[in-house]
Ligand binder design. Structure first.
Ligand code: G3P
Length: 217
């Protein structure tokens, strides 16, 4: 399973990248707004900076909702850097645009996916990634990880090549459960990634090893 970081915060991207386990980055308009990016030029520069920092796919989301506008905006995003993946919302014109991008060799990530039916449509349209938002599904009293397992089963039976990119990750356990359920990629904020490191027995064991090591130094 690939690890992407779900943020537009450069310090956090660098920290995850320094671990040596980062395969890519996902952003969205809310994450861009959170780090104070304003205006077309600033947005373009920020995506370029991220793409130059990380050796992997960087999802940049369109903010258009009609076919022609999504295609025009996606072409501009794609032109920023070869690693930019155009993130397209799961709407009717989004599906048409995903097909257009697929036919024209531009990589895509279909976002705001909350059901298996939507995931089937994204795969049929040729999306490279499909992003089910598992934390938001949990928030609405459904089981987000179950959806990952269902999509993984459908894609395997049908031979769809679209990669399942589990998004809206809220905890280290989400990451583990997504790996178990068959996600190809997990995109997570930094904290749940670092949370995977933690176990009290590791800390206790290390403290004992280091204390004992002093006896033979
Ligand atoms: O990138 C989209 C997704 O990961 C959003 O997560 O926490 O806002 O539901 P969240």
């Amino acid at each position: 399973m690939k690890f992407f970081i779900d943020t537009a915060d450069l310090a956090q991207i660098k920290e995850a990248n320094d671990l040596g386990i980062l395969d890519g980055v996902t952003t969205n308009p809310s994450l861009m707004a959170k780090v104070g990016i304003k205006g077309d030029e600033a947005v373009t520069n920020h995506y370029r900076t991220i793409a130059e920092l990380v050796d992997g796919d960087v999802s940049a989301e369109v903010v258009s909702t009609t076919f022609n506008e999504i295609v025009e905006e996606g072409k501009k995003l794609h032109a920023i850097h070869p690693n930019i993946v155009v993130k397209v919302p799961m709407i009717k014109d989004g599906i048409k645009a995903l097909k257009w991008f697929s036919d024209n060799g531009i990589k895509t990530n279909c976002t705001l996916v909350f059901s298996a039916g939507q995931a089937i449509l994204a795969a049929k349209a040729g999306a490279n990634y499909v992003s089910p938002f598992i934390g938001r599904i949990d928030d609405s009293n459904w089981d987000g990880v179950e959806l990952i397992a269902q999509i993984a089963q459908i894609y395997s039976v049908q031979g769809y090549e679209t990669e399942i990119l589990a998004a809206s990750i809220r905890s280290p356990l989400h990451i583990v459960k997504c790996a178990e359920a068959g996600a190809d990629v997990v995109t997570s904020p930094l904290e749940p990634i670092l949370g995977l490191l933690k176990h009290p027995l590791t800390d206790i064991g290390l403290a004992k090893f280091l204390a004992d090591a002093k006896s033979f130094k």
